[in-house]
Design a protein around this ligand. Sequence first.
Ligand code: IMP
Ligand code: MG
Length: 187
Amino acid sequence: MVQAWQDFIDFTLFSEEQIQARIRELGEQISRDYAGKELLVVCILRGGVMFTTDLIKQITVPLAVEFMAVSSYGVGARKSEGEVRITLDLNTSIAKKHVLIVEDIIDSGHTLASVIELLKTRDPASLYVCTLLDKYSRREVEVPIRYAGFPIENHFVFGYGLDMDEYYRNLPFIGTVNLDKYVPPSG
Ligand code: IMP
Ligand code: MG
């Protein structure tokens, strides 16, 4: 059984309209910054997938998309273990390319710091980060963020790519979790 989100939501942090409006702004900014260049967008699975698909529709420079999967949170865990594994690597070379990493949220920073460290060794022309959410007060390692959708307080959030035990990623809005009411899926 999977609990209905209505049973544990604390409040809606960002509505679908707010998210889409901010993505249009980010798309315009990125399109200006990369004018005359080509982009390689690297989507971090699975959380970054909703944001990536909406964001690239708002970018006007030619671009290609690649996917990378990284694991840092175990099911049921609420805290990054500080250990990051690449579970799916890129299919193409990023050498001499303008790479933009797209992520759902930066929390402790361990996940992105590892990804950046790895991709830097592959000689990209440039390497920047775009995150939808920045949980800045939780940072344990520094991550250079060029584009951030929204800075957020230390809430646990779900929806729009962000999961609770792998569910609720499909919701078009972002809500905060009341951890006293949340029950992990069973079966
Ligand atoms: P970091 O390595 O601590 O920065 O963790 C980043 C990853 O943790 C993100 O890619 C998310 O998958 C996950 N994460 C962090 N905070 C939340 C949250 O509030 N809700 C859902 N997932 C989160
Ligand atoms: Mg993630």
